[in-house]
Design a binder for this molecule. Structure first.
Ligand SMILES: [Zn+2]
Length: 393
C-alpha cells in the first residue's frame, strides 16, 4: 500500500529553510523486524527510508482531512503529508501507530539498501542517476559517479583541474564560464580526448576564463555544435577548429581576433565575432603564422622552400589523418606548438605547416548573428611546392 501525496520535508536542524512540497509516494516497509517509512519523489528517486523506531511524534489531528505530520528524531525531520486519499492515509496512520506499539504489522517486506536514509544524505541531495549537476564553487568528485549526467554547470568555480574521468560521462552540455583555471593548463583539457564525451558533447561554454588560445583537444569533440568562448584573450583561431565538422554556432565576441581561418567558411557556422580587432586588413605583426615563422628562422636557418618535411612533422600529419586521439602529455612538448599553426592546404587539403606553405588572406563570407552575412579576412595556407600539392582522391 502506498499513498500518493504532496510531501514537505522540513529539516528541523534548519528551521529557517523553506522546503517546497513535492509530489511523492509514501509507504511502510519492513526489513527483518525493522519498519521504515519509505519516501519516493524527485529528490529521492531511489527511495529514502525513515526508521519508524526513530519517530518522535505523530500529528494526526487532521488525518480525516488528508493531513498527517511525522516527526523523526534521526534524521531530525518533520514530514508533512497532504493527500486527497484520506482513506489510505487513515490506514497508513493506523499501521504506523500499531508498529510503534510494537505489534507485528503486515507490510511489504524488502531488503532495505545498506545506505539507510541519514541526515547527511538530506544535506547533499546527491543522486547517482541525476542527469544534471550544478557545482557551486569547485569540482565535486561525486559527480563522477553520475553515469547518466548530460548537463554539467561549473560557473565561476575554482577549477584547479577537471579530472580526465569526466570524459567517461555522456555529457552533452558543459559550462565552465567564469571559472578560475590553473595558469599551467597542460593537463586541464585531457578529458576532451576521452571517447564518450567526444561523441556526446554538443555545447561547450568556456567564456571569460582568460584563454589565450583554444585548446587543440577541441578537435576531438566530434559532436560539438555550439562553442562559446567569448570574453577571452584569443588573438587567432587555429585551423584545427575546422576539424569540428558539426560546429554550427561559434560565439567568440569580446576577444582580440584580427582574422579568422579561411577554412571556417566550409562549416557554415553562425558566428558572433563582435568586439574583436577585425578591421579587414591584417598587419604581419598580428599574424600568428608570420610570428611563428620569425621565431623559427631565428632558431634555425630557414631552408623551407624545397625542404622535405621532417619526420616529426610527418608523424604529426599521420596522427591527424588517422584521427588518433591522445593526451597532450603523450607526445613531446615540442610538438604542441604545431597544433596552433598547422592547417590544411587550401588546394590539396593535406595537412601542412607554415614552413612548407605560403600564407595569404582572402575575403570570405561570415554568417554573423549580429550583422547578417559579411565579408571578413580569412587566412589560408597553400603548399609552396607545387609538385607536392595534389588533391587527394
Ligand atoms: Zn597543397
Amino acid at each position: 500500500m502506498y499513498v500518493r501525496c504532496m510531501l514537505t520535508m522540513q529539516d528541523l536542524n534548519d528551521p529557517q529553510s523553506n522546503p517546497l512540497p513535492l509530489l511523492s509516494c509514501v509507504r511502510t516497509t519492513c526489513d527483518a523486524s525493522d519498519y521504515y517509512l519509505c519516501v519516493w519523489n524527485s529528490l529521492y528517486p531511489h527511495d529514502a527510508y525513515f526508521d519508524l523506531a526513530m519517530l518522535s511524534k505523530i500529528n494526526h489531528e487532521f488525518v480525516a482531512e488528508g493531513k498527517l505530520g511525522l516527526e523523526f528524531k534521526e534524521p531530525k525531520q518533520l514530514l508533512s503529508i497532504d493527500t486527497q486519499y484520506m482513506l489510505l492515509l487513515n490506514l497508513l496512520c493506523y499501521q504506523i501507530k500499531e508498529i510503534i506499539k510494537g505489534k507485528k504489522v503486515n507490510v511489504e517486506t524488502r531488503r532495505i539498501p545498506k545506505l539507510v536514509f541519514s541526515t547527511k544524505a538530506v544535506m547533499n541531495h546527491f543522486d547517482p542517476l541525476a542527469v544534471e549537476f550544478v557545482s557551486v564553487d569547485r569540482f565535486d568528485n561525486r559527480l563522477l559517479n553520475m553515469r547518466n549526467l548530460t548537463t554539467l554547470t561549473m560557473k565561476n568555480c575554482d577549477l584547479p583541474t577537471i579530472p580526465v574521468e569526466i570524459g567517461h560521462l555522456p555529457i552533452e552540455y558543459l559550462d565552465i564560464t567564469g571559472s578560475k583555471l590553473p595558469i599551467n593548463q597542460d593537463t586541464f583539457w585531457d578529458w576532451m580526448s576521452m571517447t564518450v564525451i567526444c561523441g556526446t558533447l554538443t555545447t561547450l561554454k568556456i567564456n571569460s576564463i582568460g584563454l589565450t588560445r583554444l585548446p587543440f583537444e577541441i578537435m576531438y569533440l566530434k559532436s560539438l555544435e555550439t562553442l562559446f568562448a567569448t570574453n577571452n584573450k584569443l588573438t587567432y583561431l587555429p585551423e584545427i577548429i575546422c576539424e569540428v565538422k558539426n560546429l554550427k554556432s561559434l560565439f567568440v565576441a569580446d576577444n582580440k581576433l584580427v582574422y579568422l581561418p579561411y577554412c571556417i567558411k566550409r562549416l557554415f557556422a553562425l558566428m558572433d565575432i563582435s568586439n574583436n580587432l577585425i578591421i579587414g586588413t591584417v598587419s604581419p605583426d598580428d599574424d600568428h603564422l608570420h610570428k611563428y615563422m620569425i621565431e623559427l628562422t631565428t632558431k634555425q636557418k630557414n631552408d623551407a622552400e624545397n625542404a622535405v618535411p621532417s619526420l616529426s612533422h610527418l608523424s604529426l600529419y599521420s596522427l591527424m589523418d588517422n584521427c588518433v586521439t591522445f593526451k597532450r602529455q603523450d607526445i613531446p612538448r615540442t610538438l604542441w606548438i604545431y597544433f596552433n599553426v598547422m592547417g590544411r592546404c587550401n588546394k590539396c587539403k593535406r595537412w601542412t605547416l607554415p614552413e612548407y606553405c605560403q600564407v595569404g588572406f582572402k575575403d570570405m563570407i561570415v554568417h554573423s548573428i549580429l550583422y547578417g552575412d559579411r565579408f571578413e579576412p580569412g587566412q589560408f595556407m597553400v603548399c609552396s611546392n607545387k609538385n607536392n600539392c595534389k588533391r587527394l582522391v
